[in-house]
Design a protein around this ligand. Structure first.
Ligand code: TLP
Length: 353
C-alpha cells in the first residue's frame, strides 16, 4: 500500500469529521494502476464509460455521467431541469441550498422554495400545496429536490413509501424529481433495498463515490438519455470535463462492486456510539433517529466540545452552536469508535465537574 498522506501523528486521530476523509483501498490503487485510459473530453475513455454503464445499471437509469463532485452533479441536474425564473422546492436544510454556496440562484437563476421537515422528508401533501403553475404573475415549479439520506437531519432515510408519494404528486403536476443521493447507498442499505428501488421513483439521481464508498474523488449523475446528453454539455460548461479520468473511475468501479454492503458496519458503529454517548452527563442523542452513519450529538457548546475532543485525539465538526456531527466510515474501526466514546466520557466528566 502506498504511503498515506497524513501529516505527522495524524493516524492517531479518530477522524469523525466526514466520510469524505476515507483513503482509497488497496483494490483501488490496483485498479488505478491497471486502468485502461483514454481522453474523456474527446469521448474515448473506456474506464469512465464502464463506470457510467455500471452506475446506470445500479440505478436503473438509461445513462450516467461521471462528475468531479456531488455539488457539481446536483447543480448540473438543476440546470438541466429548469430555465431561469422557474421555481424549485427543497427541504429547508437540503445540502443543495445549505452547503452549495447559492448555486441554484447563481448558476440556474431559479427561485428556491423551502419546506420544513422533522426527518428530511417534507410531507408530500405540503409539497403539493407549494407547486405553482407558471403564469403572468408566478414562476412555474419545475422540480422538487430530495435528499436521501439527509445530511443535516443526521443521516435520516426517506422511506420508500414517501418516495412513491412524491412520484405520484410529481406526475399529477408534470414536474421532475431530483434526488441528491450523495449517500443514497447508505439509505438503500438501511432500507434493505437495492438502490434502484429508490432511484426508480425519481427522474435524476446524483450519488457520491467519495463518501462512505471510499473513492478519492467523484460522483455520478444518472437519468434518461436526453437528460444526460444535456448534463454533458453543462459539465463541460462548468469546467468539469476531465481527461484521463479513468484513473478515478477505476476507483469508482471498486466502490460500486466492493464497498456497498460494508456500509452496514458504519451504521452499526454509529448506533453503538449514539447509545453510549446518550448515557453520558451533559449529552443527549436521539438514538432512534440514527438510521445510517451520521450521529447528531446535542451538547451545551458544540465548538468548545469539538476543541476538547480534538485535544483527546477525536476530530468532529459542529453542526450548530449546540450540535456536533459525527460521521462513521471505513477508516474508523471498533477500537477507534471505543476511543471516541472514551474521549467524550472524559470531556463529559470534566464539564460536569
Ligand atoms: N457534504 C459534505 C459537506 O459539504 C457538508 C459532508 O462532509 O457531509 N449532498 C450531500 C447530502 C452532501 O452531504 C454533500 C457533501 C454533497 C452533496 C456535496 O458533495 P461534494 O463535497 O462532493 O461536492
Amino acid at each position: 500500500m502506498p504511503e498515506r498522506g497524513f501529516p505527522e501523528g495524524h493516524e492517531r486521530f479518530v477522524d469523525l469529521r466526514s466520510d469524505t476523509v476515507t483513503r482509497p483501498t488497496k483494490a483501488m490503487y490496483d485498479a488505478m494502476r491497471d486502468a485502461v485510459l483514454g481522453d474523456d473530453v474527446l469521448g474515448d475513455e473506456p474506464t469512465v464509460a464502464r463506470l457510467e454503464a455500471l452506475a446506470a445499471e445500479k440505478t436503473g437509469k438509461e445513462a450516467a455521467v461521471f462528475v468531479p463532485s456531488g455539488t457539481m452533479g446536483n447543480q448540473i441536474a438543476l440546470a438541466c431541469h429548469t430555465q431561469p425564473g422557474d421555481a424549485v422546492i427543497f427541504e429547508e436544510e437540503a445540502h443543495m441550498l445549505y452547503y452549495e454556496v447559492g448555486a441554484p440562484g447563481v448558476l440556474s437563476g431559479v427561485v428556491s422554495w423551502t419546506l420544513p421537515s422533522e426527518r428530511g422528508a417534507p410531507d408530500p401533501d405540503e409539497v403539493e400545496k407549494r407547486v405553482l403553475r407558471a403564469s403572468l404573475h408566478t414562476p412555474g415549479t419545475r422540480v422538487v429536490c430530495l435528499e436521501n439520506s439527509h445530511n443535516r437531519k443526521g443521516g435520516a432515510v426517506i422511506p420508500l413509501e414517501t418516495h412513491r408519494a412524491y412520484r405520484r404528486m410529481a406526475d399529477r403536476h408534470g414536474i421532475a424529481l431530483h434526488l441528491d443521493g450523495a449517500r443514497v447507498f447508505n439509505g438503500a442499505v438501511a432500507l434493505g433495498v437495492p438502490v434502484r428501488a429508490i432511484a426508480e421513483t425519481v427522474d435524476s439521481i446524483n450519488f457520491c463515490l467519495s463518501k462512505g464508498l471510499r473513492s478519492p474523488i467523484g460522483s455520478v449523475l444518472c437519468g434518461c438519455g436526453a437528460f444526460i446528453e444535456k448534463a454533458r454539455v453543462w459539465r463541460k460548461r462548468l469546467g468539469g470535463g476531465m481527461r484521463q479520468a479513468g484513473l478515478l473511475a477505476a476507483c469508482g468501479i471498486v466502490s460500486l462492486t466492493q464497498e456497498v454492503e460494508r456500509l452496514a458496519e458504519d451504521h452499526r458503529r454509529a448506533k453503538a456510539i449514539a447509545v453510549a454517548l446518550d448515557q453520558l452527563p451533559g449529552i443527549s442523542v436521539d438514538v432512534a433517529g440514527v438510521e445510517t452513519n451520521i450521529v447528531r450529538v446535542n451538547v451545551d457548546r458544540a465548538p468548545e466540545w469539538s476543541r476538547q475532543l480534538e485535544r483527546r485525539g477525536v476530530l468532529c465538526l459542529p453542526f450548530s452552536a449546540t450540535v456536533l456531527r459525527l460521521v462513521l466510515h471505513a477508516d474508523v474501526d471498533d477500537e477507534q469508535a471505543s476511543r471516541a466514546i472514551a474521549a467524550f466520557a472524559e470531556v463529559a466528566a470534566q464539564t460536569a465537574r
